[in-house]
Design a protein around this ligand. Structure first.
Ligand code: AKG
Ligand code: FE2
Length: 386
């Protein structure tokens, strides 16, 4: 049996949009102070770094917190903005030019959209948990306990969780906002980037102003769940996201091929409308090396979307969507990423804590080794005195 699993990537891997927030920077050390005060060779483990979350940064907040421990001692007591500015300059010097230009262009692209597009439902742009979420979901989040999460979830195959998440009104408003955005795109002939390499339709929500709300959705609602169920793939350190809507139907994308997402954890919520077909199919979690290996029978799951209901899975859980045969299907996707997990993964070869095939190979190695040991023991027993 042969496989061809694509890696579905963001058209433009979504960096946070606006970069340095433009606030006045209080105390900036002069160049001579900077050279006199080089970064430390070893981190100051006693220093408690600032929290850089929630700021509009082009690099992960965790990167700033980690780097802060290396700052020259006199800088540690400076205001957060000064340290931020200093560290950002250092990081920019090390990031390749191409990447810098890409980030800059994407930031300008977003700014252009945000300054021209008039949102239809402003209430969507800030997090209103009690208006957005189903009461059962909110209760489980507030309690923040594994039993509570399990009580609202089904797990039809290992590592795929489904649960009631949004109120119908939220789905309607979000759909209507997306349609309004598409209308604006059509009228102004603005050339937008589609959400990723495999969808021709759909829109990136982060690009027209929903980035902050979706950031909160990830931090306050998806990360606590992922910390419990997906800690093996960086679920507790999710620190960036790519949020978009996909559209399926006869005159839209029809189906979606077998792929893995460019995410650690993916949230996929059906927003409606009326449709038939469009089932998701899952075929086991795999690392890069094993992405095209066979599926085991217990890894097979076919799932039918239900409006308002969420599916949460590892990005590396191979999946696809069957043809939407009539009507229109809209889904909200939030690809959640962890910069820490991605960095650590570079130094690892064995992913048996989450890759089904690494796990199978490891078990097989253990089986062979146990049976070889047994053989050896039997041989020795058969030859006393040797
Ligand atoms: O159409 C769906 O529900 C799946 C979408 C998906 O897997 C993706 O966008 O990565
Ligand atoms: Fe996907």
């Amino acid at each position: 049996m042969s496989f061809d699993v694509s890696r579905k990537e963001a058209q433009q891997p979504a960096p946070p949009s606006t970069g340095h927030n433009g606030n006045a920077v209080a105390v900036l050390p002069s160049m001579s102070t900077v050279t006199a005060n080089r970064l430390r060779l070893n981190p100051n483990t006693e220093h408690k770094p600032e929290n850089y979350e929630g700021l509009q940064l082009e690099f992960s907040p965790l990167l700033f917190s980690s780097l802060e421990r290396y700052l020259p001692p006199p800088m540690l007591s400076l205001p957060r903005d000064s340290k931020l500015h200093y560290m950002r300059d250092i990081i920019l010097r090390y990031s390749p030019d191409g990447e810098r230009i890409r980030v800059q262009r994407h930031r300008e692209y977003r700014q252009k959209i945000i300054s021209h597009y008039q949102p239809l439902h402003r209430e969507l742009y800030t997090m209103h948990a009690s208006n957005f979420f189903a009461p059962s979901f909110l209760k489980a989040i507030n309690e923040n306990k594994e039993e509570g999460f399990r009580s609202i979830m089904a797990e039809p195959t290992l590592g795929v969780f489904t649960f009631e998440m949004f109120q119908p009104r939220f789905c309607e408003l979000l759909l209507s906002e997306v349609e309004n955005f598409e209308k604006w795109v059509h009228e102004t002939k603005f050339r937008i980037m589609r959400p990723n390499t495999m969808n021709k339709f759909g829109a990136v929500l982060d690009d027209f102003g929903l980035e902050t709300m979706l950031g909160k959705l990830m931090e306050d609602f998806i990360r606590p769940i992922s910390k419990v169920f997906f800690s093996d793939v960086g679920g507790s350190t999710l620190d960036s996201h790519h949020g978009f809507v996909v559209e399926y139907g006869i005159d839209r994308d029809v189906e979606l091929g077998f792929h893995v997402d460019d995410s650690e954890v993916t949230l996929n919520v059906c927003l409606g409308k009326q449709f038939s077909g469009g089932d998701l199919f899952f075929r086991g979690v795999r690392c890069d090396k094993h992405v095209n290996t066979e599926t085991q029978s217990d890894e097979i799951l076919d799932y039918s979307h239900v409006p308002g209901r969420a599916v949460l899975h590892r990005g590396r859980h191979r999946h696809g969507a069957r043809a939407t045969t009539s009507g229109q299907r809209f889904n909200l996707l939030l690809w959640c990423r962890s910069s820490v997990f991605r960095e650590l993964r570079k130094y690892q070869k064995d992913f048996s804590i989450w890759c089904g095939e690494c796990q199978r190979e490891k078990k097989e190695r253990q089986r062979v080794s146990i049976s070889a040991t047994k053989q050896e023991l039997l041989k020795r027993e058969g030859k006393p005195g040797t």
